[in-house]
Design a protein around this ligand. Structure first.
Ligand SMILES: Cc1ncc(COP(=O)(O)O)c(C=O)c1O
Length: 475
């Protein structure tokens, strides 16, 4: 159904956007991989929102499932009633999880899922008679969510800085990031030093207090699509087992088929104690998330004196959200979309390599339909741009003007400097549409390159600290 631009002139004076200076296009509708605004502009949704929209926009089956469920029952509280969609969805999810990971705790999103996972880790240790365990180790380049617990484990400096006094000082280890190896080693001979960093961190300070290690198997917004070498997670699993530390995989972005497997951890053949999923679970049609819990963790809670996990959120596991999740999963399965992501990912990866022709493109990474492009001032030294140049935002802005939406970010070098964009198109995208995405990106990068060259040239002429000659006074 073609829709005309509404042309409505609505005021934004009462909306509190996260950027209070932003003037955002007003999206009125979406269809497949495209978004349309009220002025008639079309945007190719190259980031699927923020790696959310896996089925594309306006999917009739999901809309009808939602409608049907809303007509039956939209909400009943999980403390008193169960519902059919939650039972069906949890059964369907567990057909795709690794052996043993067979309990699903539903949430309304990613941060809520991460909070659930760390509280469950704590509850598990308490019920096993280890009340001293409460600290969670995470990695330095990471994003785990915006709530206080999730932000405490997040490394990203810009997101943390203002809230530092409120955050819990949990330990953090180096991120496995071969393009910017924290140990200045090469993947061929490094002995996966970054994995052993976990054991060093556990032993460094009161090892008996460490409850869990949380990690994004393939990194999302803080360093898009950074992947570890194959052995990394096998070593991590061993270290966790040895020190009675639970392994939590934060798959809020990488899960639900985004990287070509249901869970990204399945690329590495390792089963975590918990996996947090969200985003693609509902393809954006409803706020939804889940924690996939290993039976050994579940049993400890089940066999405790009360059998209760003291935790809960009002909207968690509501029938409407679960009905949406169920239809999304059925669609993914029936259309074999996760397998398709694996195939398309290889095509996408090859196409993206062409962007290396731009001098400021440093690293290009892609697994399935999750990709990241990192920008550098010098490809040789891998030196990033100044953080206040906000090069990721600049690229995103040019792309948007050219009809492509990409997700910008910064801090991928040291949580301050380092610019990138994230690409995560819907799984229904066709090869020729991936070609178009890369074409628009290519053109936008050419424009940004010209702008950056001018700025760098000005900087060379007038380096900071250089005293400029006073302009002559006109008589
Ligand atoms: C890896 C990861 N964890 C957690 C979150 C937080 O999820 P939400 O924004 O739904 O709270 C995100 C969001 O981008 C994420 O990418």
């Amino acid at each position: 159904m073609a829709m005309k631009p509404t042309g409505k002139r609505l005021s934004a004076q009462h909306v509190f956007y996260r950027n209070t200076h932003a003037k955002l296009p007003v999206i009125t509708h979406g269809k497949g991989i495209y978004l349309y605004d009220n002025k008639g502009n079309r945007y190719l949704d190259g980031a699927g929102g923020a790696a959310v929209v896996c089925l594309g926009h306006g999917n009739r089956r999901i809309i009808e499932a939602m409608h049907e469920q809303a007509g039956k029952i939209a909400f009943c509280h999980l403390s008193a009633f169960s519902n059919e969609p939650i039972l069906e969805l949890s059964n369907e999810i567990c057909k795709l999880t690794p052996e043993g990971q067979n309990r699903v705790y539903f949430t309304s999103g990613g941060s809520e899922g991460v909070e659930t996972a760390i509280k469950l880790a704590r509850a598990y240790h308490v019920e096993r008679g280890r009340p001293q365990k409460f600290r969670i180790i995470s990695r330095s380049i990471s994003y785990h969510g915006s709530t206080i617990g999730a932000l405490s484990m997040t490394g990203h400096h810009k997101r943390r800085a203002k809230y530092l006094p409120m955050l819990i000082p949990f330990p953090r280890i180096s991120t496995c990031y071969c393009y910017r190896c924290p140990f200045h080693l090469s993947p061929k001979s490094c002995h996966i030093e970054c994995a052993w960093d976990l054991e060093r961190a556990i032993l460094a300070d009161e090892p008996e207090t460490i409850a869990a290690f949380i990690v994004e198997p393939v990194i999302g917004s803080s360093a898009p699509a950074v992947q570890p070498p194959p052995e990394y997670f096998r070593i991590i699993r061993k270290i966790c087992n040895k020190h009675d530390v639970l392994l939590i995989a934060d798959e809020v972005m990488s899960g639900m088929g985004r990287t070509g497997k249901f869970l990204a951890m399945q690329h590495y053949g390792v089963t975590p104690d918990m996996s947090v999923i969200s985003k693609g679970i509902s393809s954006g049609y409803f706020p939804l998330g889940a924690v996939l819990v290993h039976r050994d963790v579940f049993k400890v809670i089940q066999r405790s004196r009360t059998g209760k996990f003291i935790h809960g959120n009002t909207f968690a596991g509501n029938p409407l959200g679960c009905a949406v999740g169920l239809e999304v999963l059925k669609y993914l399965n029936e259309e074999k979309l996760i397998e398709r992501v694996e195939v398309l990912g290889k095509y996408f990866s090859t196409k993206l390599k062409k962007l290396k022709r731009h001098p400021f493109v440093g690293d290009i990474r892609c697994l399935g339909l999750l990709a990241g492009i990192e920008f550098v001032r010098s490809r040789k030294s891998r030196r990033p741009f100044f953080p206040d140049w906000e090069v990721g935002d600049l690229v995103a802005q040019r792309c948007r003007e050219n009809g492509l939406y990409v997700y910008p970010g910064g801090g991928s070098m040291d949580n301050e400097a380092g610019d990138h964009i994230l690409l995560a198109p819907p799984y229904i995208i066709q090869e020729k549409e991936l070609d178009l995405l890369v074409e628009i990106l290519d053109q936008s990068l050419a424009e940004v390159t010209r702008e950056l060259e001018i700025r760098l040239e000005e900087l060379r002429k007038n380096p900071p600290g250089k005293v400029l000659p006073m302009p002559r006074r006109r008589r």
